[in-house]
Write a new protein. Structure first.
Length: 177
């Protein structure tokens, strides 16, 4: 009897391990290709803005949905840094080429870098600060979920937002490391 129980437990264990091993390729391809179904984004930030940016999704009276001529989502960040948007959250979109950030002043756009630490310009951070002392970057991109109060009405809330920061490379390094 004891031998039968041991054999049954070993059989169940082996079956479980084999099912896990068989699922690895499926999970790999799901992660690799499943996250590809998202929109690319362009973030238009008021010229000179420094600080936290928050995009709150699924707000019916928020900024209307807008796409540029390339088919990219357009987020026009207001002066206070908080955008209420009619867009739903954008799944995926965390590759370097999926988002662009610009300062905007009278239709003139100036690109803002996305600081990731993997950009070759930032490998030697001290050298980078000396070379680009006034460089402004976007960093700390985080998709949040939870109850976000959006009005004085306690029953009115949003559930998803994207948060990031815009600041100088010097400040990013000073606060991050």
């Amino acid at each position: 009897m004891n031998n039968t129980v041991t054999q049954l437990a070993l059989f169940i264990h082996n079956a479980f391990v084999m099912s896990l091993l068989r699922s690895i390729p499926i999970l790999f391809f799901a992660v690799l290709f499943g996250c590809q179904n998202h929109d690319r984004e362009v973030h238009l930030i008021p010229n000179g803005y420094i600080g936290k940016v928050q995009i709150i999704y699924d707000i019916p009276e928020g900024m209307p949905i807008e796409y540029d001529d390339r088919g990219w989502r357009v987020y026009r960040i207001p002066e206070n840094g908080v955008l209420l948007s009619q867009f739903s959250p954008n799944p995926g979109g965390f590759r370097l080429d999926d988002r662009e950030f610009f300062y905007v002043d009278n239709q003139k756009k100036t690109k803002i870098d996305w600081f990731t630490g993997i950009d070759p310009r930032y490998r030697d951070i001290e050298k980078s600060i000396k070379m680009y002392p006034d460089l402004v970057c976007v960093y700390g991109i985080t998709l949040t979920s939870g109850r976000l109060r959006i009005s004085k009405d306690p029953d009115r809330y949003a559930t998803h937002s994207l948060i990031y920061f815009v600041d100088s490379l010097k400040t990013i390094v000073r606060e991050s490391f």
